[in-house]
Design a binder for this molecule. Structure first.
Ligand code: NAP
Length: 265
């Protein structure tokens, strides 16, 4: 039986990169998305093909659900339970940036509420629900080589880097660092490790509108590893966790940012 991962926001971008890397190592997948069903179906088909090319057979199913809505989260969990009967890895990846970058002296509550609902409330309560299911499973499948459930949350360098023209995004990502600490402590006695991944500047739809700005900053030496990151870079970090390569680490923040977080002289 393959291990099973549920990835939120896996139709495009980083979530898609994570799904493909997990498929290559033999994970069955629940590919969640909010709107773009064609992209999600393509990700699922590509996951199956990439797995096959790596000598694995996996199932990859899509499930539309808005993670900011309680009834949608319930439907997503019910879908995973019904289709796969087990869960080994939750990847809280779905997230949105503000539609308009506005100075914190001007920004409105509507944008703040939207970001908090999708970027924070969604992963917080989905983690709660999946963690309960994982605990239930550990009672049936004792933790060990057979069942080592894990939770990964994709935050951002914005968890600690202040951008005053998108304060709501920064606050939402900082909250995910605390989410990681809280669940890491609470779930350690159950053998469930919890990780945060902090991507840097990654080429996706989210950053396409600011491509020129970041091209310039990267060319000027913003990051020691002097290039854009890719969804695959993040996918590989999640795959390392998924393969249990960090068994004595929990609550850990893993920077996938080309060294952006380093200070140097
Ligand atoms: P993206 O290309 O805009 O993709 C966003 C994904 O999230 C899509 O699959 C989208 O589904 C899904 N989504 C959006 N709202 C949702 C909701 N309410 N419920 C369920 N799914 C939802 O973004 P990305 O760049 O891959 O970013 C993925 C994560 O990485 C986000 O949390 C983001 O904050 C974080 N991140 C990104 C960067 C970067 O440079 N790109 C850097 C640091 C952190 P649909 O296709 O259906 O719309």
């Amino acid at each position: 039986m393959n291990p099973v991962a549920l990835i939120t926001g896996a139709s495009r971008g980083i979530g898609r990169g994570i799904a493909i890397e997990l498929a290559k190592i033999g994970y069955d997948l629940v590919i969640n998305y909010a709107r773009a069903s064609e992209a999600a179906e393509k990700t699922a088909a590509d996951c199956i093909a990439e797995a096959k090319a790596s000598g694995k057979t996996v199932r990859a199913l899509t499930c539309r659900a808005d993670i900011s809505l309680s009834e949608d989260r319930q439907r997503l969990v019910d879908f995973a339970r019904r289709e796969f009967l087990r869960i080994d890895l939750l990847v809280n990846n779905a997230g949105v940036a503000p539609t308009v970058r506005a100075d914190i002296l001007e920004a409105d509550e509507q944008s703040f509420d939207r970001l908090m609902a999708i970027n924070v409330k969604g992963p917080y309560f989905l983690t709660q629900q999946i963690a309960r299911w994982m605990i239930e499973l550990t009672q049936r499948l004792p933790p060990g080589p057979e069942y080592r459930p894990k939770i990964v949350t994709v935050s951002s360098i914005s968890a600690y880097t202040a951008s005053t023209n998108r304060g709501d995004y920064c606050v939402s990502k900082a909250a995910l660092s605390m989410l990681t600490s809280l669940f890491a402590i609470r779930l350690a006695p159950h053998g469930i490790n919890v990780y945060e991944i902090r991507p840097g500047i990654i080429a996706t739809d989210m950053t396409s509108g600011v491509k020129e700005k970041y091209d310039k900053l990267i060319a000027e030496g913003l990051t020691p590893i002097n290039r854009w990151g890719t969804p695959q870079d993040v996918g590989r970090a999640v795959a390392a966790i998924a393969q249990n390569l960090l068994p004595f680490s929990t609550g850990e923040a893993i920077n996938v940012d080309g060294g952006f977080h380093l200070r140097w002289l």
